[in-house]
Design a binder for this molecule. Structure first.
Ligand SMILES: *Cc1c(COP(=O)(O)O)cnc(C)c1O
Length: 399
C-alpha cells in the first residue's frame, strides 16, 4: 500500500510543478468534509475555489450524473441531445438571460466572451476591423489561457509567456472614473469581477457596479461580469450583480455550475452579443454535452431547492461575525460577502501560509493568497455547528 508520502513523491516525480499544494492527500468527501488517505477529516474551507458550492459528492447531483452517464454522455454539437435545451431554459430562467453558450472551463467562457464582444464590436457597433479594445482591471483573475494572461497584471501569471494578445487596457479596480476616462469609440467591453476572488476577496466601493453599468450603457460598451467564482450563491445572491441591482450584458458562470463533479461553464447574454456568432464560428467538442447538461441541471436544482443561496447569506453573516469577534492582533481585516470570506494577516505578524498550515493541522483546509490573505469559502451547505467548530480552531491558530 502506498502511503501519503509515496503518493506525494509520485506527484513530484512525474507531475509538472505548476502548483504548490498543501501536503494533504484527500481520498473522499461528503458535504463540507473531506478525508485524507489516513482517515483524518478536514473541513473544506476552499470548496475547490467555489466549484463545490453544493458540497462534496452531493447525492442528488451524483444520481443525475450516474443516471445520465449510463444513458448518453457525448454527442458533439453536430447533433442535438435531449438535455441541452432544458439546461438552457433552466439556466436562463435562474439568471434572467436570453442566450446561453455552453463551454467547459471558466477560461473558455472568458475566451468565448472576448471573441463574441469583439465580433459584436465590428458587426454591430461599427468598430474598424482589428481595432477593438476591451478594458479590464488590475489584479484581475480570469483564467490561464494566452489571451487571458495577456491582460493579467500578475507577473507570475504572465512571465515568460509572451508575445501577448493585444487589444486590452488595464485600469484600477473599483475606480469608475478610470473606466470613464479609458473608454474610446473603439471600446467594445469592460470585463470585471464583481468581487475580485483570486486577488484576495477584494470588494469594490459601494455603488461601483451601478456606476459602471451607467457608464457602459451611456457609451455603448458591453459590461461583462465574470461571475465564475462569485456566481451561483457564493456571495449570498444567485449572481453577485444582484447586490448592486444591475444586470450585465454578458455574464460568465462556471465552477459550481458543475456541482463539483464535472467542468461546465457558460456565457450568458441578454443582448445581441451572442447573436453575432454563426454556425462554424465558435465551438467546443465537449461544450453542451448531455452529461454536462444533466449534471449542471442537478447542480442548479440543488442550489434552488435546498435554498443554498439564502443559506450562503445567512451562514456567511454568521461566520463573518464570528471571525470579527476573534481577538487577535495578527488580524488586519476580515472581509467578504456571503460565504466568500477572507482574513488578512498583518505583515508584521508573518505570512498567511504558516497560518494555513496550522489550520490544516487543526482540521481546516484553507488557501493563502498574495502572502497575507487567507480565503475562507466553505461549501454553502455548511451548518452553524460546523462554523462554530471552525471558529474555535481558527481562534486557536490566530491567537
Ligand atoms: C476560476 C476562475 C476563472 C477560470 O476558471 P477555470 O475553470 O479555472 O478556467 C475565471 N474567472 C474567475 C473569476 C475565476 O475565479
Amino acid at each position: 500500500m502506498l502511503d501519503g508520502a509515496d503518493l506525494i513523491a509520485l506527484e513530484s516525480r512525474f507531475g509538472a510543478d505548476n502548483y504548490k499544494p498543501l501536503d494533504v492527500v484527500l481520498a473522499s468527501g461528503k458535504g463540507v468534509w473531506v478525508t485524507d488517505i489516513d482517515g483524518k477529516r478536514y473541513l473544506d474551507c476552499l470548496s475547490a475555489y467555489s466549484a463545490v458550492n453544493q458540497g462534496h459528492c452531493h447525492p442528488r447531483i451524483l444520481a443525475a450524473l450516474t443516471e445520465q452517464a449510463a444513458r448518453l454522455t457525448l454527442t458533439s454539437r453536430a447533433f442535438r441531445n435531449d438535455q441541452l435545451g432544458l439546461f438552457y431554459e433552466e439556466l436562463a430562467a435562474l439568471t434572467n438571460s436570453h442566450k446561453v453558450l455552453p463551454m467547459n472551463s471558466g477560461a473558455e467562457a472568458v475566451e468565448t466572451a472576448i471573441k463574441a464582444v469583439r465580433k459584436w464590436g465590428y458587426e454591430i457597433k461599427g468598430v474598424p476591423e482589428g481595432a477593438a479594445e476591451i478594458i479590464v482591471c488590475a489584479d484581475n483573475f480570469h483564467g490561464r489561457t494566452l489571451a487571458i494572461v495577456s491582460f493579467s497584471t500578475d507577473p507570475e501569471a504572465r512571465g515568460g509567456f509572451g508575445p501577448f494578445v493585444p487589444g486590452f487596457k488595464v485600469i484600477p479596480f473599483g475606480d469608475a472614473a478610470a473606466l470613464e476616462a479609458a473608454i474610446t469609440p473603439n471600446t467594445v467591453a469592460f470585463l470585471v469581477e464583481p468581487i475580485q476572488g483570486e486577488a484576495g476577496v477584494v470588494i469594490p466601493p459601494a455603488g461601483y457596479l451601478a456606476r459602471v453599468r451607467e457608464i457602459c450603457s451611456a457609451t455603448g460598451v458591453m459590461l461583462i461580469l465574470d461571475e465564475i467564482q462569485t456566481g451561483l450563491g457564493r456571495t449570498g445572491k444567485m449572481l453577485a450583480e444582484e447586490h448592486d441591482g444591475v444586470e450585465a450584458d454578458v455574464t460568465l458562470v462556471g465552477k459550481a455550475l458543475g456541482g463539483g463533479f464535472y467542468p461546465v461553464s457558460a456565457v450568458l447574454s441578454n443582448t445581441d452579443v451572442l447573436g453575432t456568432l454563426k454556425p462554424g464560428q465558435h465551438g467546443s467538442t465537449f461544450g453542451g454535452n448531455p452529461l454536462a447538461c444533466a449534471v449542471a441541471r442537478a447542480a442548479l436544482r440543488v442550489l434552488v431547492e435546498e435554498r443554498l443561496v439564502e443559506r450562503s447569506a445567512e451562514m456567511g453573516a454568521y461566520f463573518k461575525a464570528g471571525l470579527e469577534s476573534i481577538r487577535s492582533n495578527r488580524v488586519r481585516e476580515i472581509r467578504g460577502r456571503g460565504l466568500m470570506l477572507a482574513v488578512e494577516i498583518h505583515a508584521e505578524a508573518g505570512a498567511a501560509r504558516p497560518v494555513v498550515e496550522a489550520l490544516r493541522d487543526q482540521g481546516i483546509l484553507a488557501k493563502d493568497t498574495h502572502g497575507q490573505t487567507i480565503r475562507l469559502s466553505p461549501p454553502l451547505v455548511i451548518s452553524r455547528d460546523e462554523i462554530d467548530w471552525a471558529l474555535e480552531r481558527i481562534e486557536t491558530v490566530l491567537r
